[in-house]
Design a protein around this ligand. Sequence first.
Ligand code: FAD
Length: 456
Amino acid sequence: YNQISPKAIVSDACASYSTLDQLNKELRPSLSDITKNTDFFAYYRLNLFGKECPFWNDNNGMCGNIACAVNTLDNEEDIPPVWRAEELGKLEGPKAGHPGKRLQEERGPVKPLQGMLGQDVGESCVVEYDDECDERDYCVPEDEGSGSKGDYVSLVDNPERFTGYAGEGTKQVWDAIYRENCFSKSSFPKSASLGTLSTSQKGAAVNELQNVIREHGRQQVLEEVREHTPNAPFVTETGLEHEDQCLEKRVFYRVVSGMHTSISTHLCWEYLNQTTGEWGPNLQCYKERLHDFPDRISNLYFNYALVLRAVTKLGPYLKDYTFCSGDPQQDRDTKAKVQALSSKAGTVPQIFDESLMFVNGEGPSLKEDFRNRFRNVSRIMDCVGCDKCRLWGKLQTAGYGAALKVLFEFDNDSKDIPMLKRTELVALFNTLARISSSLEAINSFRIMVEEEQVEE
Ligand code: FAD
């Protein structure tokens, strides 16, 4: 970011950093209000404990259970119990029963997005068709493969922040997530360094690289390549394969990387100083993970443009939606707040143009692949070995999944609009709120870095 001027355009989105920052300033208060002060958006229903990691054995302490979070701190013994990863990663407060649940059950199901706000009585509440799964989903439904319907968890009581979850377990999860980005062999690396090789040499080099990546994970390979060729312009995190990548594959990578940036930002912004026991911003953490990686920050801005565009596009579809909390007055207030936000967002010029995707070249054939890969990312979240991290990891993948569904499956002219479940709506708005607070934190961190430089 320090290398990018505020006027620079966020590639793949039609907006500059400063435009998106300005937008964020305007929308942030109402977004915070919606996600913090309405029951509908402050609780999230998910299956946090009932699913096993489907990709590797989670009994080996790498992930998937609370004990794993404890093991990830190297010098656990030195840290007072209350600050240990297990404690920090635990959920706060009782798992809430949703206030409107009983009422919803009494009223029976109403199809989502067709919930009607009645006059005085007989108002309908939305009950999800939990077992229904749409092939146009970009995420695995939360209750897939389990008998339980999950628990409601208070998002306000469980902020996304530093938990101490780190080490081999996290590496394994992030590596698995980034591996989903390797779409197909034919699209694999074509970097500047390979440009000097003959076709057959190139093929052999690419094959070898693929094997190494399969064996060691993408991140490690990237790091090693960077170490050996520090000035090579093609080795950006946007991928070994970034240069010649088509829009769709780039977007996939950017969504994942931008989500990673947002998680890192929150853990650096609400960091626990283990010496003083105080929570607060950790500038060093920001510098190490983000400040010198403009790609990572650009991907966060990109995600803001993408998710905000989805929320704007969804606005008109929510006009007849009942935000059921069990209290009709609150339902009406929530609806008014959401309408105010989406109409405010609706006045901004289109900042992301989804109509460019899945149309040209190999685009159309990529859509299913894209969807399946994103579903896999959502499955990997069951391998996250810290409860709070898993909660936010699942919420944000569901949020991006909902955004992608709105962008790519909601055709304004079509009568056949896929369902958006209540959990998807909650995830979508909370994911936007997460990105929004990350943008704010990054701007504050930047000021802190500048102040530090002036002092020096
Ligand atoms: P990591 O963040 O683990 O990154 C691993 C590697 O990925 C880096 O070495 C780098 O090469 C690459 N990388 C880093 N950032 C990006 C990016 N933006 N784009 C592309 N590549 C990148 N910890 C908490 O304290 N609180 C949380 O709420 C939390 N939630 C998590 C949720 C999930 C889903 C996961 C997988 C982990 C979570 N963690 C959380 C752990 C946290 O993300 C880090 O993994 C941990 O702090 C260790 O950091 P690290 O320095 O080893 O680098």
